[in-house]
Design a protein around this ligand. Structure first.
Ligand SMILES: [Zn+2]
Length: 430
C-alpha cells in the first residue's frame, strides 16, 4: 500500500495501462439505507449524520440552529455513520476511487421544488470531501470531486449562470485538494462541455461521463460526437455513467472511443453503469421505466453478470471501470475479482468470497456443494420468482427535454394544481 501523499494520480495509472476501479452509486445505496430521499436525491447526508460529530468542526456546529443541533445529537446516539461505512465497503471491495458524495450538491438543486435543507451547499460539499479523503487514506484510493447536471440548465439559464454554479462546488474541491474531478450524469453534451471547461481551469485531471446510450444525448448528438466535444473541451477521460445497464454502457463507450480515434484525438475511457438490466430503455434511460425508482429490484445484475461486464469493458479498451445506481460493494468486488490477474491483486473483501462459488465446497448440503464451480454460475438463468413478471416494460416516452415547458424548474414546492395535469397525462398513456 502506498503511503499517504505519495499515491500515483489517475492519469499516471491509466497512462500505464492499469485498471482503475471506481465505486458504486451512493444516492441509491444510501436511499435504501434511509439516508437519502428519493425524489430530490440530494446528498445532505454528508453533513447531517456525522459520527460523534467528527466531520463537522466546532466552528461550523456552532453556526447551526437549535433544530439541526438536536438532529446531530440524536445521530451521535444512533451510532455508525453510513456514508463513511459505505466508502469503506467499496474500498475493501477493490475501489481505487472514493467519489465525494456531492451528486446534485449544487445550490440550485439543493433548493429546487421546495427541498428544505439545514445545511448550505458549501457545508455539504466540504463534509463529503472530508469523508472521502479520510477513507481513501486508509488504502490505495484517490479522491474525486464530482459535479452533475443542474436544474438551471434545464430551465434554459445562460452559460455564465450555469458555470457559476459549477464553480462554487469546484472551489470547495480545490480547497480540499481532491485528486481529480469528474463531471458526471449529464444528458446534454452542451452542459457537460460547460462543466468540463470549468473543471479544466483548475489544472486537475478531468473525467467526463454522460448518462447517454447508443442513441446519443437528449438532442440526438451521437456518442462519438459527444466524446469528441468533451475531449476538445478538456476532458482527459471520457465515457458514460448511470441510466443504462453495463453492456449498453460498454457499447456506448466503444462508440465514443471510435469517434475520438476517428477525429485523431486521444483520451482514456470510463464506464460507471447501472446495476440494472435495461434492454427496453430508449434514449432517456431507466428513469423512463415505469419501475423507476421503487420497483427496480427484479432487474439487478448478479455478481456473475458483473464479472462478464468487467471482462467486456476491459476487452473494449476501457480501463476506468466502476458503477452507478444499484451497485453495491459486492458488485465492485466482482469487477475486481474478474480483473485480478490484470491488476495483480485481489480485493480484501475476497477473503470472504471463494472465486466462482468455491466457498460452497464447505456447504453442508451436497446439491449446494455441486454448485461450487464456474460453469454452473455462468450457465444459470436466474428466475424472478414472480409468475406474472414481464421480461420487458414499456418506457414512458414523454420525450420532453431542455426547452420544454414541463421541464422548467422552480424553487417552490410542486403544487397540487401542477401535479393534476401530470397525473392525467400519465393515465392517458397507460
Ligand atoms: Zn446512477
Amino acid at each position: 500500500m502506498a503511503p499517504v501523499g505519495s499515491k500515483r494520480g489517475v492519469l499516471e495509472r491509466l497512462g500505464a495501462g492499469e485498471v482503475v476501479i471506481g465505486d458504486g452509486g451512493f444516492v441509491f445505496a444510501l436511499e435504501k439505507r434511509g439516508y437519502v430521499k428519493a425524489g430530490p436525491w440530494t446528498p445532505e447526508a454528508a453533513a447531517e449524520h456525522p459520527e460523534a460529530g467528527e466531520t463537522l468542526p466546532n466552528n461550523r456546529r456552532s453556526q447551526l440552529t437549535g433544530e439541526s443541533q438536536k438532529h446531530i445529537s440524536s445521530s451521535i446516539v444512533q451510532g455508525p455513520f453510513k456514508m463513511r461505512q459505505l466508502h469503506r465497503e467499496f474500498l475493501r471491495a477493490g475501489s481505487n476511487v472514493m467519489q465525494t458524495f456531492t451528486f446534485y450538491a449544487s445550490d440550485d438543486k439543493l433548493e429546487n421544488r421546495g427541498n428544505k435543507l439545514t445545511f448550505t451547499g458549501q457545508q455539504i460539499n466540504e463534509a463529503a470531501c472530508d469523508l472521502a479523503r479520510e477513507v481513501a487514506n486508509e488504502g490505495d484510493a484517490l479522491v474525486a470531486g464530482g459535479v452533475s447536471q443542474t436544474p438551471s440548465y434545464l430551465s434554459c439559464k445562460s452559460e455564465d449562470e450555469v458555470k457559476k454554479i459549477f464553480k462554487k462546488q469546484i472551489d470547495v474541491f480545490i480547497q480540499k485538494n481532491v485528486d481529480f474531478l469528474i463531471a458526471e450524469y449529464f444528458e446534454h453534451v452542451e452542459e457537460a462541455e460547460w462543466a468540463v471547461q470549468v473543471l479544466k481551469a483548475t489544472g486537475k485531471p478531468v473525467a467526463a461521463t454522460l448518462c447517454i446510450g447508443p442513441e446519443g444525448d437528449m438532442h440526438g448528438v451521437t456518442p462519438g460526437e459527444c466524446a469528441v466535444r468533451l475531449v476538445k473541451a478538456g476532458a482527459d477521460i471520457v465515457g458514460v455513467n448511470c441510466h443504462f445497464d453495463p453492456m449498453t454502457c460498454v457499447k456506448t463507450v466503444a462508440m465514443m472511443k471510435a469517434g475520438v480515434e476517428k477525429a485523431g484525438l486521444k483520451a482514456h475511457y470510463m464506464t460507471q453503469p447501472l446495476a440494472y438490466h435495461t434492454p427496453d430503455c430508449s434514449c432517456q434511460g431507466f428513469i423512463d421505466l415505469p419501475e423507476f425508482p421503487f420497483a427496480l429490484e427484479p432487474r439487478i445484475l448478479t455478481r456473475w453478470e458483473m464479472q462478464h461486464y468487467a471482462r467486456e469493458a476491459y476487452k473494449a479498451g476501457i480501463r476506468y471501470i466502476g458503477g452507478c445506481c444499484g451497485f453495491e460493494p459486492y458488485h465492485i468486488r466482482a469487477v475486481a475479482e474478474e480483473l485480478a490477474t490484470e491488476r495483480g491483486i485481489l480485493p480484501e473483501a475476497s477473503e470472504k468470497h471463494g472465486m466462482w462459488g468455491s466457498g460452497l465446497e464447505m456447504h453442508t448440503k451436497p446439491w449446494v456443494r455441486a454448485r461450487a464451480r464456474r460453469d454452473y454460475w455462468e450457465r444459470l438463468k436466474p428466475a424472478s420468482g414472480r409468475p406474472l413478471c414481464p421480461s420487458m416494460s414499456t418506457p414512458d416516452g414523454w420525450g420532453v427535454t431542455k426547452g420544454h415547458a414541463e421541464l422548467m424548474q422552480q424553487k417552490e414546492a410542486t403544487t397540487a394544481e401542477q401535479l393534476r395535469p401530470l397525473f392525467q397525462k400519465a393515465d392517458c398513456k397507460h
